[in-house]
Write a protein that binds this ligand. Structure first.
Ligand SMILES: [Zn+2]
Length: 98
């Protein structure tokens, strides 16, 4: 399969899910389910039972943006809020990846 130039920024859903799982491993969390669906006003959400949903449009976003959204949601499996620890962990994980 050969992607055309205009589509090269769009990654397959399966590749995205693999990215999420590799981040989950690094962070040490186990999402119950990873779903993609069209969302109107946000990039992702995390339910209290460990299911993550990402906006399908994230497949068209640059890798750095995807990583940020993925790490954010996965960290919510550890921390429910956006406190200081959350922000520090976000920064720590994302700086490793660049
Ligand atoms: Zn959040």
């Amino acid at each position: 399969m050969k992607a055309s130039d205009t589509l090269e920024q769009i990654i397959p859903a399966q590749v995205f899910k693999t990215e999420v799982l590799s981040w989950a491993k690094r962070i040490g969390v186990e999402p119950k389910e990873i779903r993609l669906r069209l969302m109107k006003s946000k990039w992702a959400s995390c339910s209290s039972n460990g299911r993550l949903t990402f906006n399908t449009e994230i497949l068209q976003q640059p890798a750095s943006f995807r990583s940020e959204a993925i790490v954010h949601e996965l960290l919510h499996l550890k921390l429910p809020n956006h406190g200081k620890l959350f922000k520090n962990l976000m920064r720590a994980y994302l700086s490793q990846n660049k």
